[in-house]
Ligand binder design. Structure first.
Ligand code: URA
Length: 218
């Protein structure tokens, strides 16, 4: 929450500056628990649609909030929207999305619409670069709120960026993949990102094994 807190504080101070203030007494109204996000997904969606807390908002075409079953047992979390996702405002709709859909439908045997899919950042990083830590940390409270509201039994972290920001652990994905990890409020299983699998098809067998683990967990 610290980054969202800082960004909101900065925004408030900038608007006060525009109004002519040079100095204000320390503002009490933005205590961490005072910037709580709404407890329903539609209101949260409206906030994210209008978010301008980081640079990614300047270059996005669409916010990619996430989609799927709001009562899902399983949630997939990727890194951030690519070009197709940015154009359509939906997660995982490009080539990596096609592979993810196959992993869900052909290994777990459930329709894609039955799971929930979201990303660490909701706006496309230019040239598909990895989100900067400040972008990921500013956006992360939205994802944590989605998780809190959807309450999935298991979260599949797709790739190292998703794993890193869901756990604050920087262990390489190749070492942690396939392990179910208990976090304070949720369980998470990391696996390879579908884009990585498209570039490294030999890793598909490990991702397949991870998905079988997800299936047996469910
Ligand atoms: N890669 C991601 O991490 N997320 C998407 O939504 C699409 C591609």
């Amino acid at each position: 929450m610290k980054n969202l807190y800082n960004a909101l504080m900065l925004k408030k101070l900038l608007s006060l500056k525009e109004l002519g203030f040079n100095y204000v007494e320390p503002v009490q109204e933005f205590k961490d628990d005072n910037i709580s996000l709404p407890n329903d997904l539609n209101s949260l969606y409206q906030i994210v649609l209008n978010c301008h807390l980081c640079e990614l908002s300047k270059t996005r075409q669409n916010v990619v909030f996430g989609e799927g079953n709001v009562n899902a047992d399983i949630m997939f979390v990727g890194e951030g929207p690519g070009a197709s996702e940015d154009a359509q405002g939906r997660p995982f709709v490009g080539r990596a999305g096609e592979l993810l859909t196959k992993m869900i439908e052909n290994v777990l045997y459930i329709p894609r619409s039955q799971v929930y899919i979201a990303n660490i950042v909701k706006c496309r990083p230019p040239q598909n670069r990895t989100p900067l830590p400040k972008e990921a940390l500013t956006c992360r409270p939205y994802l944590f709120k989605q998780i809190e509201l959807i309450k999935p039994r298991l979260i599949v972290a797709l790739g190292s960026t998703a794993y890193r920001y869901l756990t604050d652990d920087t262990t390489p994905i190749s070492r942690v993949r396939g392990h179910i990890i208990q976090k304070e409020n949720y369980k998470i299983i990391p696996t390879y990102h579908p884009s990585y699998l498209l570039r490294n098809p030999s890793a598909k067998k490990e991702a397949y094994a991870d998905m079988l683990k997800v299936k047996s967990f469910l």
